[in-house]
Design a protein around this ligand. Structure first.
Ligand code: ZN
Length: 264
């Protein structure tokens, strides 16, 4: 049993570590606040720490030469931010920003390297988490090219909601357009489709998920693939006791067809 003064970790990686490994790591973990909009890394910047999110959401963005950007992965309490040093790469390829206010624990890179050398469990969990992020990036590439705007929006809202938990997201259409790499007007049309179908409510600056099974049915297949990669790929199949249970996967091709037929 942990002592009263010791935090119980909500980050899935930390919570999955065997007690001896967590005990060795604990003195090096420093709590960090993650306010909305905080930039953890810029492209080309030296990665000084990895961050295990406890609450909140980090967005990994590719930034082009003209300043345009597109989100390529989301990381919440299921993973870790700052993965280049895991592969002996010192700099970030992405802009990493906080999209959902929260907090976490940071681990400086020298401590990370020492812990990875000394602890097989930690090294395995970190590398598996990094691999899941690369899977999400690959799926995003296909999704952005091949799937409809409202399917992508539904997928993105579900992934955000999975990590935010209370059903109300503080997001503007402008922010979503940056995240999905599409026009703001396209986001407005897509959110209107989802709202008229009774799946979400959007007010200025907030979107609330009101029919989660329906939103899952409206999302493209990428949502289930990304969610399962985040939930089941940690190598031991266990989830921390206080982690949210995965929602029942209700999406199916017939459901999506009904949704599409209904909005025509
Ligand atoms: Zn997709």
């Amino acid at each position: 049993m942990p002592r009263v003064s010791e935090p119980v970790f909500r980050n899935h990686l930390l919570a999955s570590l065997p007690a001896p490994a967590l005990g060795r790591l604990r003195p090096s973990l420093k709590r960090v606040e993650l306010p909305f909009g905080h930039v953890l890394n810029e492209p080309g910047s030296t990665v000084k720490e990895v961050v295990f999110l406890e609450k909140g959401i980090a967005s990994l963005l590719v930034v082009l030469g003209n300043g345009d950007s597109i989100e390529v992965a989301l990381v919440g309490a299921e993973g870790v931010v700052g993965i280049p040093p895991l592969f002996e790469v010192p700099t970030s390829a992405h802009r990493v920003t906080v999209q959902g206010t929260g907090h976490g624990y940071r681990l400086d890179i020298p401590s990370l390297r020492q812990a990875m050398r000394n602890d097989d469990d930690l090294r395995r969990l970190l590398l598996q988490s990094a691999y899941r992020t690369t899977l999400e990036m690959a799926q995003n590439a296909a999704c952005n090219r091949l799937h409809e705007a409202e399917e992508r929006l539904a997928r993105w809202l579900l992934l955000m909601d999975d990590r935010h938990h209370d059903g109300t997201l503080q997001v503007t259409h402008e922010l979503i357009s940056l995240m999905l790499g599409t026009r703001r007007s396209t986001v407005t049309i897509a959110s209107g489709i989802l709202a008229r179908a009774g799946l979400i409510e959007h007010r200025r600056g907030t979107i609330r998920v009101v029919n989660r099974p329906g939103l899952e049915a409206a999302a493209c297949e990428c949502y289930a693939l990304m969610r399962n990669a985040g939930n089941n790929g940690d190598g031991n199949g266990k989830r921390p006791p206080d982690a949210p249970l995965p929602a029942n996967l209700s999406s199916s091709v017939p459901d999506r067809d009904r949704f599409r037929a209904g909005r025509r």
